[in-house]
Design a protein around this ligand. Structure first.
Ligand code: NDP
Length: 283
């Protein structure tokens, strides 16, 4: 018989603060479901310790790790290679070990596109993105790589909005327009996908209203929210009432985890198990 092995394969997330990040629950549920003796550790890493943490992960043979605030940009200098999307975004949220090399990937936007593909093909679509932060950037780059035709970036601060607009122009072949968000926004007719990529509506500010004329949402549109908690945001409820096809932020979060799991283990996890694990956390 095979000698028994007490060695576990290690994955992790590095962040600060990190204690409230629920990814461990979702990924470890998927490891258990797949019968893998793998662990996912939630590790507090200060910015000044990031280089040592990455070297330590490499030395200890971690199979991969996620990065969250404030490490997504700074980690890049410590990696050996980047995926095309991570390179364009200038941000990494997932590292995969390949032999002796550490490869930087970004799964935030890929998780979104994977959710969207369940209801609609991004190819040739007109996309309105509310917000211009990290989530908006990841989604825009991935949607452009998936063939979206045109982006309208709607953002409160002109500086961030114009930065994302310039990035799309420089790094993708898609058309792009910037709208400075000063009052209730009307979704233009001909829009295929509307995405809330702001933090408006995140727990505990669940009643916060997105400055949007919900009368301009029509049943032929896909409306997506990045807010995972609560899944049924005010926007999700209003878009559902308007007859739109609706995607919640929990689906995006699960799919982002599915992609990371697949990259690390090479096997397909069970997304239903992952969603249930997160729903239990979010109550
Ligand atoms: P950032 O801080 O980088 O960006 C926040 C964005 O929200 C900015 O565009 C900001 O505008 C806008 N914003 C915030 N408050 C308001 C307001 N009151 N009115 C108008 N605009 C506002 O955050 P991230 O992009 O990293 O994250 C955004 C959200 O996405 C978070 O809530 C996070 O939970 C969620 N997320 C979900 C994921 C998922 O898998 N479901 C993955 C990643 C993130 P301005 O530039 O004017 O400040």
């Amino acid at each position: 018989p095979e000698p028994q092995s007490f060695k576990q394969e290690i994955t992790a997330v590095f962040g600060q603060p990190v204690a409230e990040n629920p990814t461990q629950v979702m990924i470890e549920a998927a490891f258990a479901d797949a019968g893998l003796a793998w662990r996912y550790l939630t590790l507090e890493v200060a910015p000044s310790d990031l280089a040592a943490a990455v070297a330590g992960a490499k030395a200890m043979g971690f199979r991969g790790f996620n990065l969250t605030i404030p490490h997504k940009v700074e980690v890049i200098q410590h990696l050996d290679r980047l995926s095309e999307a991570a390179e364009k975004m200038g941000a990494v949220n997932c590292v995969i070990r390949d032999g002796d090399e550490l490869i930087g990937e970004n799964t935030d936007g890929k998780g979104f596109v994977e959710s969207l593909r369940e209801v609609s093909d991004p190819q040739g679509q007109n996309v309105v993105i509310l917000g211009a932060g990290g989530a908006a950037r990841a989604i825009a780059v991935e949607m452009a790589l998936a063939g979206a035709a045109k982006f309208t970036i709607v953002n409160r601060s002109a500086e961030r909005g114009e930065q994302l607009t310039a990035l799309i122009k420089a790094k993708t072949g898609a058309a792009v327009e910037f709208v400075h968000w000063t009052d209730d926004y009307d979704i233009p007719t001909g829009t295929h996908v509307v995405i809330n990529a702001t933090s408006i509506g995140l727990f505990p500010d669940v009643d916060a209203r997105i400055p949007l004329n919900t009368g301009s949402l029509t049943a032929d549109m896909v409306v997506a929210d990045v807010i995972p908690n609560p899944p049924a945001t005010r926007l999700v409820q209003e878009a559902t009432a308007a007859g739109c096809t609706v995607l919640d932020g929990l689906g995006m979060l699960v799919n982002q985890g599915v992609i990371g799991f697949r990259l690390w283990t090479g096997i397909e996890p069970n997304p239903a198990v992952m969603r249930t694990a997160l729903e239990e956390v979010f109550g």
